[in-house]
Design a protein around this ligand. Structure first.
Ligand SMILES: [Zn+2]
Length: 417
């Protein structure tokens, strides 16, 4: 197998050769050719790639964009992201890229403990989205894969009852929604011993995890992917001590300070934003791509014996609010509220008064649970997260549930800034 440094040098050479976007970007940054860029030890000197640049590249050079390094006829599969502006961003893969993603997925789900002969039910939207690329990984492990897709809870419950799968893969908010329905209707889900959660933050929050594990009587394993880089890229092992990286040698990971962009040391307990560089991607390789995912890392050996880097997601910059200078991740608010279980259900909704990221205190936070907890929860949020909330208690099940990603911020009551 090639070393990461060899892969990187080859990838850079390929970008100069085949990607007009990167050729221009690197030359503008003062790198005339691949030789001038050098090896991985100098990667921090290169410019970042932002998602908006990819959108502009694709809008200006349709259909795949000037960053793509293939002709569209060489693509084996073309996924798309949902895109906030309504225009999808296309993500092409060659046949080799597809195989690579399957291998990364196989590594992730094997770490989750899936074994040949087990049955696993998935609720991924296999349609246009990259999560669908992970589905082949289950067969690669030797599992019997039962895809039921998004948005069909009845079909899912019937399949669990009749086919008795050992494992279920879904978002953490859907896992909560399903088990509330299951308990209300007395459905037998005892076969499920392993729940693989991803697609949104939450699986790593101790409160939500403890609640899901006790309600399901199963163990929670968190996974995380990023569409532009690879699906199912990180996965937890049985020690549940952060998600292991599954693409060593194929993708290079950096940790940076999100404000200054400066690299941070890969040491236990460090926090920052993940930045990715493809080392062996053919169709649309990305260089120093800013993920907007904020994580805490562990670089030391896991009790499972693996040295692969581990992360726990803290939140996404895209979801972040700033309340009088304090960064607030909605998932962190949910985590503080979850400490009050079982007197709260764990569901919350932040309803900002104004549009935009910057908010004036107090920030309205709706919490499902006992009305008498109002002041205590407000104090706990203020103490842990350093901003002043205006907590409003609502009845259990009053806030919206979701079979995909749950919304933690609702701007519908906000007035323009
Ligand atoms: Zn481990």
């Amino acid at each position: 197998m090639r070393s990461a440094d060899e892969g990187y040098r080859r990838q850079i050479a390929a970008l100069f050769q085949r990607s007009p976007f990167y050729r221009e970007k690197l030359r503008a940054a003062g790198f005339a050719d691949a030789g001038a860029v050098g090896g991985l030890e100098r990667i921090a000197g290169l410019p970042f790639t932002e998602k908006d640049e990819l959108r502009r590249s694709q809008a200006g050079h349709p259909p795949l964009g000037a960053h793509a390094a293939i002709e569209i006829s060489q693509a084996a599969r073309i996924y798309s992201t949902s895109g906030t502006s309504g225009t999808p961003l296309y993500i092409p893969l060659t046949r080799n890229d597809v195989e690579q993603w399957r291998e990364i997925g196989r590594c992730t789900y094997s770490r989750n403990g899936l074994k040949a002969g087990e049955r696993v039910i998935t609720t991924y939207g296999a349609g246009p989205f990259v999560a669908g690329a992970s589905l082949a990984a289950f067969e690669a492990i030797g599992c019997a894969h039962i895809p039921v897709g998004v948005g069909n809870t009845e079909r899912l419950l019937t399949a669990i009852e009749k086919l008795q799968p050992e494992a279920l893969a879904c978002t953490p908010s859907y896992a909560l929604h399903i088990i509330e329905t299951v308990l209300a209707r007395g459905i037998n889900v005892r076969s499920v011993r392993r729940i693989i959660v991803g697609g949104e933050p939450g699986g790593g929050e101790p409160g939500l995890r403890a609640k899901l594990e006790s309600m399901w009587g199963a163990k929670i394993y968190e996974i995380m992917g990023i569409g532009d880089i690879a699906a199912s890229l990180w996965g937890e092992c049985g020690y549940q001590a952060g998600m292991h990286f599954s693409a060593g040698g194929l993708i290079h990971v950096e940790l940076i300070d999100p404000d200054s962009g400066a690299p941070k040391a890969m040491e236990d307990g460090q926090t920052g934003e993940l930045v990715y560089t493809h080392l062996a991607r053919e169709a649309a390789p990305l260089l120093r791509f800013r993920s907007r995912d904020h994580v805490r890392i562990w670089a030391s050996r896991c009790p499972c014996g693996s040295d692969a880097l581990r992360v726990r997601c803290i939140g996404r910059t895209d979801d972040m609010l700033i309340v009088r200078g304090v960064n607030v991740f909605p998932s962190a608010v949910r985590e503080v509220v979850a400490r009050f279980q079982p007197r709260v259900t764990g569901a919350i909704l932040i309803r900002p008064r104004g549009k935009g990221v910057k908010q004036e205190p107090p920030l309205p936070v709706f919490v499902e649970g006992e009305a008498s907890l109002k002041e205590e929860i407000a104090r706990a949020i203020r103490g842990a997260l350093l901003f002043t909330p205006e907590v409003q208690m609502v009845a259990p099940q009053a806030l919206p549930r979701s079979d995909y990603k749950v919304k933690l911020v609702d701007y519908s009551a906000a007035t323009p800034a």
